[in-house]
Design a protein around this ligand. Structure first.
Ligand code: GAL
Length: 413
């Protein structure tokens, strides 16, 4: 009797504690590749450890173009998820629609202002209130190299676009693919972004793609960037159309191709395949971009919810910024922690280089937001810019025509 009463008391206590603390978080994201899925799984595990149910709302499609379309439909129908992977100026766009919750309680309790670089913190706030939580810092201007392929071809890892052309020709002569690429608009924009940065430098990049200065866009530098992009295109294999980015990474991993231009989520694929940087693959800055850094910060906005308490949402945001999550997530994802002062001892040399370069380029004024990854432009301009680059990649458009179209895209409202 005694023990039965105890059991009952325990059962009631358990049920009570679960009811009191458990909540559900539905999270929209596009992390579906091998490395990405492993990374987001860590968040699910940590949320369940806090007693919350994770409702996965994954929408496949690199860079989130598909995810954003689905998100709009859900919000318009009055049924937003708890949180959604949204970044850059779009955070402000969503906040100005009045559909976001604020994270004041958790951000002031945990002193987020002191945990984050000010430039990152500012982007997460709307009218002084945190409406989003950042996850990581990705670097976009990387070139992923298979050293074995270079060895077979007798080629040298390029640091300029002219050297790149030479190396690519040697790799092709050896019967291999020079550049692994997926012909999707966002991947085309990712390559163009690195090419433009390499050709024009950080000051030009800022003027043309952040300030949208017509003189910088309509310039000989942009013309040269498109000419260079055409040269890069000539080294992409003929089956690139529509290929997912992680399949392109797999071509470099397997030694079918020599290089890929991609942000360091690609490193998540190398890591998931058990490959080691420095031996199995190299992470080097895209030609001409060694002294600059295009950053891409993943973040989650949180939605105002009818009839739901904010406990689960706050726990979600707190987990995302916790040192334990920042470490395990970024080790898998290929990015670096966004939280200041993170312990980098478990991270590899690519992550350490990314951290050092982030600090150095910040000082030098060459740390710039990635427009291909929605960090720099209003979303309408970004979409139109991406369309121009992608039509250039898929047609005989001249560089001159592309420059004119880019100028028109920059004026898109
Ligand atoms: C980026 C995103 C990364 C990665 C990549 C490929 O825009 O910031 O986290 O997911 O797309 O999907």
């Amino acid at each position: 009797m005694q023990s039965r009463r105890l059991n009952l008391a325990l059962a009631v206590a358990c049920a009570f504690s679960l009811n009191a603390f458990a909540g559900e978080v539905e999270v929209l994201h596009w992390w579906t590749s091998g490395g990405e899925a492993k990374s987001v799984a860590e968040l699910k595990t940590m949320m369940s450890a806090k007693g919350h149910t994770w409702k996965d709302f994954a929408v496949a499609g690199g860079a989130g173009d598909n995810a954003m379309t689905v998100l709009k439909t859900r919000v318009v129908s009055g049924n937003p998820p708890t949180a959604a992977q949204v970044k850059g100026p779009s955070i402000q766009e969503w906040a100005s629609e009045g559909v976001l919750a604020n994270l004041d309680a958790v951000s002031s309790a945990e002193k987020w202002d002191s945990l984050l670089p000010p430039v990152v913190a500012n982007g997460m706030k709307y009218k002084g209130h945190y409406v989003a939580v950042p996850v990581n810092v990705h670097r976009v201007n990387w070139m992923w190299v298979n050293p074995e392929v270079f060895k077979k071809a007798g080629a040298k890892v390029p640091t300029t676009w002219a050297e790149f052309d030479e190396a690519a020709k040697k790799i092709e002569k050896a019967g291999l693919i020079a550049v692994a690429h997926g012909g999707q608009p966002w991947q085309d924009a990712t390559v163009f972004e690195s090419v433009a940065l390499g050709v024009g430098g950080a000051d030009y990049y800022k003027k043309a793609f952040i300030q949208l200065d017509p003189k910088a866009i309509d310039s000989l530098t942009t013309l040269k960037a498109f000419d260079t992009l055409r040269m890069v295109r000539s080294h992409i294999d003929k089956n690139a159309a529509g290929r997912d980015w992680n399949l392109a990474t797999a071509m470099v991993i397997k030694g079918e191709a020599g290089m890929q231009f991609m942000g360091d989520w690609a490193k998540g694929e190398f890591t998931a395949a058990g490959k080691k940087p420095g031996t199995d693959y190299l992470c080097v800055a895209a030609p001409g971009t060694e002294k600059a850094y295009t950053f891409n910060i993943d973040s989650f906005i949180v939605f105002a919810q009818k009839n739901k308490d904010q406990k689960a949402t706050n726990d979600f945001a707190s987990t995302v910024l916790s040192p334990a999550f920042q470490e395990v997530f970024n080790l898998n994802k290929g990015s670096i922690p966004v939280r200041l002062g993170a312990d980098m001892s478990k991270f590899d040399d690519c992550a350490k280089k990314s951290t050092a370069d982030f600090v150095a380029t910040n000082k030098a004024g060459s740390l710039v937001p990635s427009f291909a990854h929605q960090m720099a432009m209003p979303s309408a301009v970004q979409g139109a810019t991406q369309d121009v680059i992608s039509s250039f990649m898929n047609s005989n458009m001249t560089s001159k025509e592309a420059v004119a179209k880019l100028l028109a895209a920059s004026k898109k409202k």
